[in-house]
Design a binder for this molecule. Structure first.
Ligand SMILES: [Fe+2]
Ligand SMILES: [Fe+2]
Length: 247
């Protein structure tokens, strides 16, 4: 039994990509590369957590083939919401779990057991600018309105994360792996409500995605901080090879 994670598949079996070049480099045939890794690495009793931004589909019918592709991958598939997952209304997670019962498991306001661990999580959020940068490439200011709006989104996501932790804690779990789609901190922060909650519940690992493109791979925490291991698992960062989270 093993636990794997990867995020930002951005599948588009039914949607035409707008920008040219979106399928170049590491993104070329990425769905084939990822599927090959999965078939080589993942056994039927393993778990794969997909850390958001699954599909470019704007609704469930446009995401159907993308979800079918995920469903056909080996192992138990747990999905986290990303900012691009328009097919997934957070309030309708229950309906998604019923519709894909036994095939896909949607993580939102709930948790999933993995041995003695509880897999908890939410989309998360972090203020990503726009920042005003001076000639020395230092941040000297930001859009105040956007910052205010982001604080509301962060509060809501922290509430959702706590619901996930509490559901697991109420069932007696004391060991946690925490998943976020957004990075736990932005480029200016050393800590956040998300890192504090991970510390509060004693999460062993925080796994996040969303940062793709080389320039963003170091936006947030990587490695060990305050006894917690932080990992970025966006697909292009991992070059589509799922990361082993637990044996
Ligand atoms: Fe993404
Ligand atoms: Fe994202």
């Amino acid at each position: 039994m093993a636990l794997y994670a990867l995020g930002d598949l951005h599948l588009h079996f039914q949607v035409q990509l707008k920008a040219p070049g979106q399928k170049d480099g590491v993104w070329k045939n990425h769905e084939t590369v990822f599927r090959r890794y999965c078939s080589e690495m993942i056994r039927p009793d393993d778990t794969l957590v997909l850390v958001g931004d699954h599909s470019w589909g704007r609704n469930l019918s446009e995401a159907e083939q993308d979800l079918q592709y995920i469903s056909d991958l080996p192992g138990r598939k747990i999905l986290l919401r990303g900012n691009h997952d328009m097919f997934w209304d957070a309030k309708k997670t229950q309906a998604l779990n019923e519709r894909f019962s036994g095939k896909l498991f949607f993580l939102q306001n709930n948790y999933y057991a993995y041995g003695e661990y509880a897999l908890v999580g939410t989309k998360g959020f972090t203020f990503e600018g726009p920042f005003m940068i001076n000639r020395k490439r230092q941040v000297v200011g930001w859009d105040e309105k956007k910052k205010e709006r982001s604080e509301k989104l962060i509060d809501r996501e922290l509430e959702r994360l706590r619901i996930s932790f509490e559901a697991a804690a109420n069932d007696g779990f004391t060991k946690f792996i925490m998943f976020l789609h957004y990075p736990p901190t932005n480029i200016l922060e050393r800590s956040s409500g998300f890192t504090k909650m991970a510390e509060e519940y004693g999460a062993e690992q925080v796994i996040y995605a969303h940062c793709h493109g080389k320039s963003r791979f170091h936006d947030s925490i990587l490695g060990r901080r305050k006894g917690i291991e932080y990992s970025l698992v966006s697909g292009d960062f991992l070059r589509w090879k799922p990361m082993k989270v637990l044996p």
